[in-house]
Design a protein around this ligand. Structure first.
Ligand SMILES: [Fe+2]
Length: 285
């Protein structure tokens, strides 16, 4: 369900609703610096609409500028590699995020000490027409609100356990009820979707779902995935060069559609922590 923004402009730039959720600001003057937009107002928009697209602006010029820009949003969630993740296909990927294949729905920071509130993405180079590579976002608060009660009752019984051993940067173990609570008190879903049968996937986590009899797990995954991928709740972002997207990682799950190998898709991503930072309630080790 789309919530219509209560204003039509932001600092003179037109503001429109995205479907099925989110909000978009288009540069009134093509190439206006994205840094001119008031971050406190943008932050409110992400908290209310869960996803914000800034299009037609001149984005941060490089990783340093993106770091500086993201720091205006809040405390940066640092990784061993630094603040900026360069999301680009590697020749010999050591993890699925550097591959060109499908990435299942998940939330960021599931194996970290702190879960970031915001993901700030900058599209350095779009994958190009027809090359795929949309980033998918699903609005889990709406999924729960509109779920058929019997399905929701099933999901509420299940706990997921996720473990990754392979890579030092992403290793860890986390355990979370599938239906849990946003820091502001409303129900959200934390779920790492299993890889569809037949898909190849590097560094796949070990997944274990408990709380219902084993014979109900297939129904659990099928009904939950149908709801998460329902077009009424899922927004698939088709990247254009210089798009800036900020997403609410507390409420949304996200993933990636496969893209054509060797296409020029290049995103940068920075994590911004909440105020105060959210200690990861799911982390086991
Ligand atoms: Fe992610």
């Amino acid at each position: 369900m789309t919530t219509t923004p209560d204003t039509t402009h932001l600092a003179g730039h037109p503001l429109t609703a995205l479907e099925p959720f989110g909000v978009r600001v288009d540069a009134a003057r093509p190439g206006a610096p994205v840094t001119d937009l008031p971050v406190p107002r943008l932050r409110e928009l992400v908290r209310e609409h869960h996803l914000l697209l800034l299009r037609g602006f001149t984005g941060p010029g490089g990783p340093g500028e993106l770091t500086d820009y993201s720091a205006r949003w809040g405390e940066i969630g640092m990784w061993p590699y630094g603040a900026v993740l360069e999301l680009v296909e590697h020749d010999d990927p050591d993890d699925h995020i550097f591959d060109h294949r499908y990435v299942p729905l998940h939330w960021d920071g599931m194996y970290r000490e702190q879960v970031p509130e915001f993901q700030v993405f900058h599209c350095v180079s779009a994958p190009g027409e027809g090359n795929g590579g949309r980033t998918t976002f699903t609005q889990t608060e709406a999924v729960l609100r509109e779920a058929e009660p019997g399905r929701r009752a099933l999901w509420e019984q299940v706990t997921g356990r996720y473990r990754r051993e392979v890579s030092q940067v992403y290793a860890g173990e986390s355990v979370s009820p599938v239906v849990t609570t946003h820091p502001d008190g409303f129900p959200v879903i934390r779920y790492n979707e299993p890889v569809p049968p037949g898909e190849e996937f590097l560094n796949h986590p070990d997944l274990e779902f408990t709380g219902v009899p084993a014979e109900r797990l297939a129904e659990f995954h099928a009904t939950l995935q149908e709801a998460l991928h329902d077009p009424r709740h899922l927004y698939a972002h088709e990247w254009r060069t210089d798009d800036v997207v900020v997403a609410d990682n507390y409420t949304l799950l996200h993933g990636r559609e496969a893209f054509a190998s060797r296409s020029p898709r290049h995103l940068r991503r920075v994590h911004v922590l909440g105020t105060p930072p959210l200690t990861n309630p799911a982390l086991v080790r």
